[in-house]
Design a protein. Structure first.
Length: 155
């Protein structure tokens, strides 16, 4: 993966990630130039399948300041490009198992193309989030204790 433009920081806390997919995104006008200036937010965005096509909703790509025309709505829905077989697989999993599609990251790949990493995810309950944070904190404390112990043994 290349340089990250925007990340969904709360996604891994709020959702249990089951599978991830790399998709292309259909952009218009000066949106690519706007992304190169790092002006993007996907914190409130989500992906949906509509008429056997995959779309990204509510992602904010601001207007490019120097654009004289080709101005588009910053929060418009954008088509995500994925193979038909993968979309069919996602349709089955999102309808039957109650899973959702969450964008994790927007980035430029090695060839300079804009890609979106989406995840097939299951929502976490609030008590699951607290348990996850508690486990992570306990793990960090254990690692600190071990590193402190090794630090004093080396003297």
């Amino acid at each position: 993966m290349g340089k990250a433009i925007a990340t969904h920081r709360k996604a891994r806390r709020d959702y249990e990630i089951i599978d991830t997919f790399e998709t292309g995104i259909e952009l218009k006008g000066m949106e690519v130039k706007s992304l190169r200036t790092r002006g993007c937010s996907i914190d409130e965005s989500y992906a949906r399948i509509y008429r056997e096509e995959l779309f990204l909703f509510n992602a904010h790509i601001p207007e490019f300041p120097q654009a004289s025309f080709f101005k588009v709505d910053p929060r418009r829905k954008r088509k995500l490009l994925l193979h038909k077989k993968e979309i069919q697989k996602l349709i089955g999993q999102t309808t039957q198992k109650g899973l959702t599609l969450v964008p994790l990251k927007i980035y430029f790949n090695d060839r300079g193309l804009v890609k979106v990493q989406i995840a097939l995810a299951k929502g976490r309950k609030s008590y699951d989030k607290r348990k996850k944070l508690k486990d992570e904190l306990a793990k960090k404390e254990a690692e600190r204790a071990i590193s402190r112990h090794h630090k004093y043994q080396d003297r």
